[in-house]
Ligand binder design. Structure first.
Ligand code: ADP
Ligand code: ZN
Ligand code: ZN
Length: 723
């Protein structure tokens, strides 16, 4: 509810509201003035409905005023307000900052920081039951938490980490620095996070716990609710709008104290936020890469922390990883922007043995299976001993391309410049309920076509399937390890079929949870999956882990390829032997000499960091230089090529001091998606702020001269994945 002082304050005399309307057009990218009806309560941050042209649309109040320069007779009245949807002042401020920081229309940022409106906002379901009076008692809770904490003896490294993090709040030099917690896999970072959160809760404050994947939410939620009870809730895109809104309200009303979730949880409307924890901070999922605003969760977290500090408060920011992002580690050890804490030992004091499988040698020895011979033997041994295995491959489907043996024609997508992936009609394991019938599928636009019997180019009958996908692994596993059952977890097995028979892109089911729970209960011995299973998962009975094709990430074309490969191997390896039994890891590759693979085998982060940073320095890439990717897409390829050439000319003209280096225009790595051609221009500079200003200035000049009709512009600074 709105506080009385807000009602009785000066706002009551305010007759006008400055509104940002929910209309994604350049001309609407400013504030519009509306009249406030006499009996209507309107405050900044409030969501409302206003007449716009001939329609009614949603908008957000940025400000209310007593007077206006605009002729009042021309102004329209606000139509309706959503009294429960008021973005708090700090998040309103954050949205404005994001709009600047990510060169995005303000409305996108306002929508981003606020919950979506459920269809029936009047009756809200409460997901967890309301707290009992006993539970509400912010000492009873502390006692419960302490009782549970007493059951666990922290390791020496955990104790030191917790003491440092909490102690640093009182050290002026360290006080405001974000903390990078570099702890090897299995070093017990989660317990450190919980101790910090518990300290924050005992001070009557709140905390946000960020995880990189929905798949990981369930595990964290289980551990957290055991510790914090109903004070902890989770939020993610798989929940309904009503559920998410209920969580939002509870956070706003102080009914809960810990919000767990993927990146959107950073916008939890806590008014006494005391800690933000970012687990697996290196993960690219912390960048919103598709929808605007393309925000970086870490930057947003820093901004929230800054805001709290500017208002006299304190907020801890802890970023944990076994493989910190190169830039983060650089910020800790060179730039002195982060404080570094290291945990070098596993709780169980055992590191897995990591074996590199040279697939060239396997082939030369006549092994055409997708498993190296030793790997297969070792896996069988572990399975026979009653233990479990995880197999990782970052590609879904069955075969990554289908081609004609007679003429070489490759089945491609008509809308995109990619091959179609063959998806089999699968019935090998219980996890495959959604994949019928067999088809060729485009992973970019979702188009599916029937599997051809004859080549569309030459009518030949000889059609062959190449390239590994998770389905094919599943098929092979069923043959090679026939006595054991497997589960597959990827995009295809974690979607729910909608009532109309169509597949839902959003996972609205709890299929992640079901698959992981079944595996945890030993209902299957082998878990096969994509990046969803690569990180964070903690299964004590898993003793063997395989990376089926490490080269997939090595040849992604990104300047981060080596780093991503190192991270992936370390993270996947980290799933093995986390409890009482020694773990074994097998990395299959055609490039066993590559430094990222060699150093990941030795779990040698420091050497990898040194080697990779020296390369980045030579090649002028982050953290030494910034890369701005300007990507234009349109149905007409000529238009974007010409526009980018014009932009380049503007840049060359404006680059008088030679501060900037331009590359391109060139086609994007995937040069067509959904019938839209894609070309890009790269601009590099050491100075991030100057680079941003330069690019925006030059783009502005181009737009003054050319409306760029039909062109979609996408701007990304230091991209996490290749564009
Ligand atoms: P990380 O996130 O660093 O990879 P986790 O936090 O998942 O590691 O911890 C690894 C395992 O060790 C988990 O099963 C966890 O329950 C257990 N663990 C953590 N701290 C302790 C401790 N102090 N004593 C006993 N077991 C612990
Ligand atoms: Zn053919
Ligand atoms: Zn396509």
């Amino acid at each position: 509810m709105i506080a009385l002082d807000e009602i009785l304050g000066t706002n009551i005399l305010h007759k006008y509201a400055l509104v940002c309307v929910d209309m994604q057009a350049d001309f609407a990218n400013r504030l519009f003035t509306y009249k406030i009806p006499q009996d209507m309560l309107v405050v900044p941050g409030m969501k409302l409905e206003v007449p716009f042209g001939r329609k009614y649309i949603n908008g957000f109040v940025l400000e209310t005023t007593a007077e206006t320069d605009v002729d009042s007779k021309k102004l329209k009245f606000i139509f309706n307000t959503y009294q429960d949807y008021i973005i708090p002042a700090d998040l309103l401020d954050l949205a404005k900052w994001m709009s600047q920081q990510y060169y995005t229309m303000l409305i996108h940022c306002l929508v981003c920081v606020s919950p979506s409106v459920p269809k029936k906002p009047a009756k809200l379901p409460i997901i967890a039951e309301n707290l009992t009076a006993q539970e509400k008692n912010v000492s009873q809770i502390c006692e419960n938490i302490s009782a549970k904490e007493n059951e666990i003896t922290l390791s020496l490294e955990q104790t030191q980490a917790v003491q440092k993090i909490l102690g640093w709040q009182k050290v002026p030099k360290k006080q405001k620095m974000p903390i990078l917690l570099h702890g090897v896999t299995g070093s017990g970072k989660t317990e450190v996070y919980m101790r910090i959160i518990s300290d924050v809760l005992k001070q009557g404050k709140q905390a946000i716990m960020l995880v990189p994947e929905i798949a990981l939410t369930y595990q964290v939620v289980q551990i957290f609710t055991e510790r914090f009870g109903k004070l902890a809730v989770f939020t993610h895109s798989g929940l309904t709008a009503q559920e998410r809104f209920a969580n939002w309200q509870k956070a706003k009303n102080g009914e809960i104290s810990v919000m767990i979730g993927p990146r959107s949880a950073i916008f939890a409307p806590f008014d006494k936020l005391g800690a933000i924890i970012i687990d697996e901070e290196h993960e690219h999922t912390y960048r919103q890469s598709e929808l605007p605003p393309k925000f970086d969760t870490k930057e947003v977290a820093l901004q929230r922390k800054k805001y709290i500090e500017q208002n006299g408060g304190e907020c801890l920011l802890v970023m944990g990883s076994a493989t910190p992002l190169l830039e983060s580690y650089y910020n800790a050890v060179v730039a002195e922007k982060f404080s570094l804490i290291t945990m070098q030992n596993r709780i169980n004091e055992m590191f897995p043995t990591v074996n590199i499988v040279d697939m060239r040698k396997e082939l030369a020895a006549g092994n055409t299976s997708m498993f190296g011979a030793d790997f297969q033997k070792a896996m069988l041994q572990e399975l026979n001993a009653g233990r479990q295995a995880i197999l990782f491959l970052n590609r879904r489907g069955h075969s990554s391309f289908v081609s004609c043996r007679t003429c070489g024609h490759v089945m491609g997508c008509n809308n995109c410049s990619v091959n179609l992936t063959y998806h089999a009609n699968f019935s090998v394991s219980s996890s495959n309920v959604y994949e019928k019938p067999e088809k060729l599928l485009c992973h970019y636009c979702g188009v599916s076509v029937p599997v051809p019997n004859i080549c569309p180019a030459c009518s030949s009958k000889f059609i062959k399937y190449f390239g590994l996908g998770t389905q094919k692994i599943e098929e092979e596993v069923a043959k090679l390890f026939s006595g054991f059952s497997s589960l597959r977890m990827d995009f295809d097995t974690t979607r729910k079929r909608a009532d109309n028979g169509k597949l839902n892109n959003l996972n609205k089911s709890n299929s992640h949870e079901k698959i992981l729970a079944a595996f945890r209960n030993n209902e299957a011995q082998i878990l096969i999956g994509t990046q969803m299973i690569a990180k964070g998962l903690d299964f004590p009975n898993v003793t063997i882990v395989g990376i089926m094709a490490a080269d997939l990430s090595l040849y992604s074309g990104s300047f981060r390829a080596a780093e991503n490969t190192f991270q992936l191997i370390t993270q996947v390896s980290g799933r093995a032997g986390r409890a009482a039994k020694q773990g074994k890891v097998y990395i299959q590759t055609y490039n066993p000499e590559h430094y990222s693979i060699q150093l990941a085998q030795k779990a040698d982060y420091s050497t990898f960091y040194l080697q990779e940073t020296s390369l980045r320095r030579t090649m002028s890439y982050p953290p030494f230089c910034n890369v701005f990717v300007i990507l234009f897409s349109a149905e007409n390829e000529q238009i974007i090529v010409k526009a980018l050439q014009k932009l380049l000319a503007v840049m060359q003209y404006c680059n008088k001091k030679g501060n900037f280096e331009m590359f391109g225009p060139m086609p994007a790595v995937i040069s067509k998606i959904k019938k839209q051609f894609r070309w890009k221009l790269l601009v590099k500079s050491v100075n991030e702020e100057l680079l941003k200003q330069f690019v925006l200035y030059c783009l502005g000049k181009l737009k003054d001269n050319d409306p760029l009709t039909g062109v979609t512009i996408s701007l990304t600074l230091n991209p996490m994945s290749v564009e």
